[in-house]
Ligand binder design. Structure first.
Ligand code: NI
Length: 177
């Protein structure tokens, strides 16, 4: 059992999900504490990525971990990013099914650049780069979108987007999510 306090995950249509998060100055103890709490919140959900907007914080921080997708007991491989910036993207595109903890139980095929390179500050405030492919590439692009107030449903037609958002409203009413 973890003793790390978790956050409440914010769901659509909360306006904080439409805000642009602000860059941080440096990764200090307070940001590390936020990263730890975000990671635990994400594991509990469970999910593979979480951005600060989704826990009602408007700084440019995100966490990801793809290691537990198939086996919950697999060793953790958390990735922490502050001020992530896409510095290169492939021309090749990739389509994968995406979901979002802020839009529960809705999934759609989303097309994005197949590979991206991301520059960021890591858990120790060191400049780092990650070249991502496949699911990790979709995940990091999805989380950076969150920091810019963009949701995966924004890539869908208005009709499809509204249908999904209405379904979430219904879910919330019936289950007090
Ligand atoms: Ni999301």
């Amino acid at each position: 059992m973890s003793t790390i306090k978790t956050y409440e995950i914010i769901m659509v249509p909360d306006p904080v999900l439409r805000e642009t998060a602000q860059a941080i100055t440096r990764v200090d103890d307070a940001i590390r504490k936020q990263m730890d709490r975000m990671l635990q919140t994400m594991y509990d959900a469970p999910g593979i990525g979480l951005a600060a907007n989704q826990v009602n914080l408007l700084n440019r921080v995100l966490v990801m971990d793809l290691s537990k997708r198939e086996e919950e007991t697999a060793p953790a491989e958390p990735i922490f990013m502050a001020n992530p910036e896409i510095i290169w993207e492939s021309e090749e595109m990739s389509v994968m099914e995406e979901g979002c903890l802020s839009i529960p139980r809705q999934y759609a095929d989303i097309e994005r650049p197949a590979q991206v390179r991301v520059k960021y500050l890591d858990y120790h405030n060191k400049e780092a780069e990650l070249t991502a492919d496949g699911l990790l590439s979709h995940c990091v692009q999805h989380e950076i979108d969150h920091l810019n107030g963009v949701l995966f449903v924004d890539y869908l037609s208005r009709l499809k987007r509204n249908m999904m958002l209405k379904k979430v409203e219904k879910l919330k009413k019936h289950q007090e999510m």
